[in-house]
Design a protein around this ligand. Sequence first.
Ligand SMILES: [Zn+2]
Length: 61
Amino acid sequence: MIYCCEEHAEYALETVINESGRPPALQPVEEKELLTKTCEYCGQPAVYVVANGYSHTKYGR
Ligand SMILES: [Zn+2]
């Protein structure tokens, strides 16, 4: 999971894609977390969470 600001959302998406090889899930930060989470790249308040999209799926590779 990567927390990021609006500016770095694309950056975070690419990072997750490169790491997992799967389309990530981009979600808005929950309201209660808005002021407690910061962007991993610039330290500004985070507005998005990028998560590995389908981590529970494992095919035999
Ligand atoms: Zn940022």
